[in-house]
Design a protein around this ligand. Structure first.
Ligand code: 5GP
Ligand code: ZN
Length: 146
């Protein structure tokens, strides 16, 4: 489901926020990028950073636009860090339904974290059996195109 394009451009809530057709608490915007508070924060101050162009996910956004987003994400994170003073933060991007993506317009989450905030990612770790760690890395390496 990674390339799920369930939301058409017209139905995308983030595109509506960009167009100011839906309200949001905007933190910053420039020609390419906009950042606003998440309406359902994991912790208060949880922000999103998104491209103004609609791309479904991390794999479809052009690298020059990703550069812009990374730069703004660092600036906004720094502002959250100095204003809200969390103990830490997560920068995450969910891609595909299986990964928890619910809005199919690429975005980074900036989540301020506090000691004992009870937000946890608790994976059940898998094991590489026999020689399969090398098999997996071989499979991935052959697909790396730079
Ligand atoms: P995802 O689940 O795709 O990684 O993240 C989408 C995020 O967008 C969610 O955390 C959700 O709370 C947030 N969100 C969804 N609709 C709106 C909205 O209308 N306004 C704002 N500010 N955030 C939204
Ligand atoms: Zn969109």
């Amino acid at each position: 489901m990674l390339f799920n394009n369930y939301f058409s451009y017209m139905n995308c809530i983030f595109c509506q926020i960009i167009e100011k057709k839906a309200k949001a608490e905007i933190l910053y915007e420039n020609e390419h990028v906009i950042s606003f508070l998440d309406i359902r924060p994991v912790n208060l101050g949880h922000a999103l950073v998104i491209p103004k162009n609609h791309y479904t996910n991390f794999l479809t956004i052009p690298v020059n636009e990703l550069d812009e987003i990374i730069k703004v994400t660092q600036k906004i994170t720094s502002a959250i860090f100095s204003s809200i003073k969390p103990d830490g933060f997560n920068i995450i991007t969910n891609n595909g339904v299986a990964a928890g993506q619910s809005v199919f317009h690429f975005h980074f989450h900036i989540i301020p974290r506090f000691d004992e905030d009870n937000f946890a990612f608790r994976p059940i770790f898998k094991n590489y059996e026999n020689n399969s760690m090398k098999d997996f890395s071989d499979k991935i390496r052959i697909e790396i195109k730079l």
